[in-house]
Design a protein. Structure first.
Length: 134
């Protein structure tokens, strides 16, 4: 798996994700607990927060949907963070890994391993993805 160190604009993306969830964080009701920031190749950034319910939506698809609605199709880097005081980087869940692989396989995803924050390609997060035959 190719792993890269973060660049200054990646740390900025993390802070934008933290800013996305900060005003929405609901630590008691758990309706909005994760924020996301998605940077496109042109530098434009889209944000999202999770929408929790029995069949809720994670923050990543919300940010992707906002970007797609605006006509964006070339994605560079995405990150999700937990709300509240900790604000740590959250790895994508299994469903989000599938969505990232479908929509943006070559996009960088900021994750954290034993050495700290790094970024990997979305397509490397789910080694055996489901592929629909249309």
């Amino acid at each position: 798996m190719e792993k890269r160190a973060l660049e200054p604009e990646d740390y900025e993306l993390i802070e934008i994700a933290r800013g996305a969830i900060a005003p929405c964080y609901d630590g008691e009701g758990y309706h909005h607990t994760v924020g996301c920031a998605l940077r496109c190749a042109d530098g434009k950034i889209y944000r999202g927060v999770n929408v929790y319910s029995i069949h809720g939506t994670c923050a990543e698809p919300v940010a992707i949907g906002a970007a797609v609605m605006d006509g964006a199709r070339d994605f560079d880097c995405i990150v999700a963070v937990r709300g509240g005081e900790r604000g740590e980087i959250m790895p994508p869940c299994g469903n989000c890994r599938q969505i990232l692989g479908d929509y943006m396989p070559d996009c960088w995803v900021i994750v954290e391993d034993e050495e700290g924050p790094c970024k990997v390609r979305a397509k490397e997060l789910l080694p055996f993805p489901y592929r629909a035959e249309y």
